[in-house]
Design a protein around this ligand. Structure first.
Ligand SMILES: [Zn+2]
Length: 401
């Protein structure tokens, strides 16, 4: 039988040989090497055996510590490199924020190892099922947890008998990219980790609170985009409780588009608004006259106020009414110059194409406790991101391994 000393020496030799065999991959290329399970098992077994037998022997190492950003970037898998916004240039600016999700910057090699393992888990979204639609990005990478939520969403829509109506019109599913949060550059977007999805971004824009024509929407549609319906969609309530809120929002979006579809339509909408909300007794002819005054190149504020007074608008409401008329006809002019919807919405693009165009059943099912259980940024209290659904904070997958 071999003595303990001989055995230990033999293990030292094996360990040293193994380490030498890894040297060509030790710097830069390790991230692109794919080892089979048996090779990985062998490698780990050798290392642990060496540790067990050689605990008191120091083996000189030639493996250099990671020193440059390029070396770090090279250690990321090709998948991560390829999906990082601006590739290596992006790594240079996002490196710290990225590594902090995977254990920190102190031991970047270990954090990169965890990141590589994390991204290896991502799967194709496959949302919705092929039988409904084949939108762009249907196979976008997502975390398995998010795909599971998509499955629950579709199952709920099927159970409610509305799956084809809710899913067959989708044109685009996606957003996966390792990048900064569009609304907060200090953080990486949830899209970076496959935990979020954007649906039909152009017709469901991202729009800052100050850009959204909130007052106009309230007056012309009766809905406050930051009011009870938005609040109601912030919680993962049952589908049936959420559907009415989602319907109210989508209906208001359609009403807004209708009101700004033509000069006639806007006058008709304002006619109703002035009479119902500002106690006026106006005719459609009065609205044509008011539009002419508002659009006059000379300062017509006093004339508009005088006209509103003759229409019976009380003094306390005159200033608001005058401002509403001016804002609406001004927006109509801008809206008429909008040729195509925008992912980054403006007041004019929203007036032209609406702010939310997803089927209400789909919105409700994505959020519902009995469906996807996702967080919808269309219900945000600040910048609205009507396209964006993400895993709720407590549902996000671990990244530290
Ligand atoms: Zn998004």
């Amino acid at each position: 039988m071999a003595s303990v000393t001989e055995k230990r020496r033999e293990m030292c030799v094996r360990a040293a040989k193994f380490r030498r065999s890894l040297l060509p991959y030790g710097r830069g290329r390790a991230g692109s090497i794919v080892l089979s399970v048996s090779r990985r098992t062998l490698a780990l077994d050798s290392r642990f055996a060496a540790i067990r037998m050689c605990y008191d022997v120091r083996i000189p190492t030639q493996e250099a510590p990671i020193v440059t950003l390029q070396e770090e970037f090279d250690r990321l898998t090709k998948f991560i490199q390829g999906n990082m916004k601006n590739k290596f240039a992006g790594w240079k600016v996002m490196r710290d924020r990225f590594l902090n999700h995977f254990g920190g910057t102190a031991d970047s090699a270990a954090s990169i190892g965890r990141a590589n393992a994390y991204y290896a888990q991502l799967v194709e979204a496959k949302f919705p099922g092929e039988e409904f639609a084949k939108p762009n990005g249907r196979l976008t990478p997502v975390h398995p947890r998010l795909r599971e939520r998509f499955g629950r969403t579709v199952a709920l829509l099927r159970a409610k008998g509305v799956a084809p109506a809710a899913l067959s019109r989708l044109k685009s599913v996606g957003g996966f990219q390792i990048r900064e949060n569009a609304n907060n550059a200090n953080e990486l977007s949830e899209h970076s980790f496959g935990c979020a999805v954007d649906l039909d971004p152009e017709l469901n824009p991202n729009i800052k609170k100050k850009m959204l024509p909130v007052s106009i929407i309230k007056h012309l549609t009766g809905l406050d985009p930051y009011g009870e319906h938005s609040e109601g969609l912030r919680v993962a309530a049952p589908f049936d409780a959420l559907l009415a809120h989602a319907r109210a929002l989508t209906a208001a979006s359609q009403d807004l588009v209708r009101a700004f579809s033509s000069s006639d339509a806007l006058r008709a909408s304002l006619h109703k608004t002035l009479n119902e909300q500002f106690d006026a007794t106006a005719s459609l002819g009065d609205l044509a006259e008011l539009e002419g005054l508002v659009r006059s190149p000379t300062d017509s504020k006093q004339k508009v106020i005088a006209k509103l007074t003759t229409l019976g608008v009380p003094h306390s409401l005159i200033a608001d009414a005058e401002l509403l008329l001016r804002d609406c006809f001004g927006l109509l002019t801008k809206r008429q110059q909008e040729a195509a919807p925008r992912v980054q919405g403006t007041a004019a693009s929203v007036a032209a194409f609406g702010f939310v165009n997803l089927p209400p059943e789909l919105i409700a099912a994505m959020i519902a406790a009995d469906g996807g259980g996702l967080n919808w940024l269309g219900s945000s209290r600040g910048t609205k991101d009507f396209m964006h659904f993400e895993l709720r904070t407590g549902d996000k997958p671990p990244m530290h391994g």
